[in-house]
Write a protein that binds this ligand. Structure first.
Ligand code: NI
Length: 186
């Protein structure tokens, strides 16, 4: 089964602010097709992750991967935790629990806000419980960038986009302006 590249809904579209529905049957052909479409879409865009609501389907599914290295400056990788990156992961009905109180304030982007970056705080470490496309319940710990990606994608499933977490609206801007102005300090 091959996926179809879908259009990403952009910031402002009302469907991005709705809570996604729980997936009752991961083996359902429509769910499997949706996952294939999500994979095709991030491959096409060279993106790190996408959540189903971003392609207009209100189901609790998010996919992501952490590259080993990147020349895309918006990915603030933390190779100390994931020296080999993290392979493509499909999370169905994920639930995120912070591990500790420590938070990291740094820049992140989103397919729904193309060309923009925002500086927001995320938990440094999280535990994520989810169901796999094969229907198995599993969990993983994540730290640094990996934890940030999981929090970002799972936020989408709750109808939340990163600007919600801005402490100061001036911490949102166009990537080229932020990078060229020297504000992109880690
Ligand atoms: Ni996003």
């Amino acid at each position: 089964m091959s996926g179809e590249v879908k259009t990403i809904l952009k910031y402002g579209h009302p469907d991005l602010y709705k809570k996604a529905k729980i997936v009752e049957d991961p083996s359902h052909p429509e769910v499997q097709k949706l996952i294939q479409d999500m994979l095709a879409t991030i491959d096409h865009l060279g993106a790190s992750g996408v959540a189903a609501p971003q392609i207009g389907t209100p189901l609790s599914i998010a996919i992501y991967r952490v590259p080993k290295q990147t020349d895309n400056p918006k990915y603030v990788l933390t190779p100390e935790y994931d020296p080999d990156g993290v392979p493509l992961t499909v999370m169905i009905n994920p639930k995120v629990t912070p591990l500790g109180d420590e938070m990291i304030d740094t820049w992140e982007g989103c397919l729904s806000l193309p060309g923009m970056l925002g500086k927001v705080a995320r938990y440094k470490s999280v535990l994520c419980e989810y169901t796999t496309p094969e229907g198995d319940h599993t969990q993983r710990e994540a730290h640094g960038f990996h934890a940030r990606v999981i929090q970002h994608e799972c936020d989408h499933l709750g109808g939340i986009l990163y600007p919600t977490h801005l402490k100061d609206v001036r911490d949102l801007g166009y990537q080229d302006e932020i990078l060229s102005s020297g504000r992109f300090v880690l």
